[in-house]
Design a protein around this ligand. Structure first.
Ligand code: HEC
Ligand code: HEC
Length: 338
């Protein structure tokens, strides 16, 4: 009789503990229009590694000097922190470089969403005269001439034929891994009360209740829709304002609409807006309040929203510096000055 009773008590204790812990976890998970970052799908690590090399390889550019990482610096939140980017021959780019961090979570790529996927996007910059200024043919000649790449492509793709399609596949796979989970705000969403301060929480409530989340929502706190900059009041740009989404859809109603940018890691990706005209978050929040919502925040409210936005800085990708395979005697030389 004694043993069964002891077992009964142990079982009761275990059941109660389980109930308590699951009950507590359920009660604490917070409902929000901003969700935590989903886990990355399983991707072949060899493909990701190849993509990482290509992302950092300036030989994909005509100058042999500009890589994807030049403008999407992973030591700086996946951006270049310039108003607009510097391309081949120091040419002045037309638009601010968005971060590549978490960009797989966006409904489309580029400010106007003209590429649907990361793979579709990745072919663009290599051949863009104002960016890397090469051609897909030259870039492939360069890669084919590098024995280290030839063998790595063969291992990953199981064929001797190297193609630009494989390059963009690898670049996209690598970028899919560039997510930044476990920000303090995510931990708060998961029920950790002390993960954010009172001021940061007040900032979140302002962001939610005054309507910022109507546009900046989803796991990326943005990237779910195209919206006009200047809903209530027109935006004055120093740059000629691009026609935005209308360039893709041809619809007049889409003029000046851009993809709503992510708020994740926004602390790291200054300056702000398509033209980089807002130097600080304080300025960007003020412009958003007035132009999008017709609301002027007090200095304290603005500071609280900024404090909230900074809780969205997540765990940055931890990368081993890729060591690139050396060029061979046959590799077409870089042409930095023409
Ligand atoms: C000279 C600077 C520069 C280089 C080099 C460059 N980019 Fe970009 N990138 C930009 C700019 C500027 C934009 C925004 C262009 C636009 O929206 O019209 C952009 C947009 C993107 C986006 C879209 C992000 C989003 O949320 O919309 C991705 C992804 C991206 N680049 C990846 C790459 C990859 C991969 C490479 C290398 C093959 C690369 N970039 C090379 C400047 C650069
Ligand atoms: C009607 C939709 C909408 C609302 C509401 C809105 N935003 Fe935005 N937000 C945008 C769009 C679109 C952009 C990009 C504008 C551009 O440069 O073309 C943007 C850009 C930003 C940026 C700059 C991000 C970057 O990387 O350049 C910040 C910061 C920002 N919003 C914060 C806020 C805050 C805070 C609020 C509430 C006060 C808010 N937004 C309300 C649509 C909206």
């Amino acid at each position: 009789m004694k043993t069964p009773r002891a077992i009964h008590w142990v079982l009761c204790a275990v059941a109660a503990a389980t109930l308590m812990s699951t009950g507590a976890a359920l009660a604490q998970k917070r409902d929000s229009m901003i969700q935590t970052i989903p886990a990355v799908r399983n991707i072949d690590p060899a493909l990701v590694e190849l993509g990482k090399k290509l992302f950092h390889d300036p030989r994909l550019s005509r100058s042999g000097f500009i890589s994807c990482a030049s403008c999407h610096n992973l030591s700086r939140g996946g951006s270049d922190n310039l108003k607009t980017s510097i391309g081949h021959n120091w040419s002045q780019g037309p638009i601010n470089a968005p971060t590549v961090l978490n960009s797989s979570l966006n409904l489309a790529q580029f400010w106007d969403g003209r590429a649907l996927t990361l793979k579709e996007q990745a072919g663009g910059p290599i051949a863009n005269p104002g960016e890397m200024a090469s051609t897909h043919e030259v870039a492939m000649d360069v890669l084919r001439s590098i024995p280290g790449y030839a063998s790595e492509f063969r291992t990953v793709f199981r064929t001797d034929q190297m193609s630009i399609d494989q390059v963009t596949t690898a670049l996209a796979a690598f970028q899919e891994t560039l997510v930044t989970p476990n920000s303090r705000f995510d931990r708060w969403l998961d029920g950790e009360d002390n993960a954010i301060t009172k001021d940061e929480l007040a900032g979140y409530h302002l962001f939610r209740d005054s309507g910022c989340v109507a546009c900046h929502n989803g796991p990326n706190a943005g990237g779910t829709s195209f919206q006009r900059l200047g809903v209530v009041q027109a935006f004055q740009s120093v740059n000629p304002q691009p026609i935005g989404r209308a360039g893709v859809t041809g619809r007049d109603a889409d003029r000046f609409k851009h993809k709503v940018p992510t708020m994740r890691n926004v602390e790291l990706t200054y300056p702000y807006f398509f033209d980089g005209s807002a130097r600080t978050l304080t300025e960007a929040v003020d412009v958003m309040g007035r132009l999008q919502l017709g609301r002027v925040y007090t200095a304290q409210e603005n500071a609280q929203i900024v404090a909230f936005l900074k809780t969205l800085t997540g765990q940055q990708p931890r990368l081993m510096l890729p060591i690139l395979p050396p060029s061979s005697d046959k590799t077409p030389p870089p042409r930095p000055f023409n």
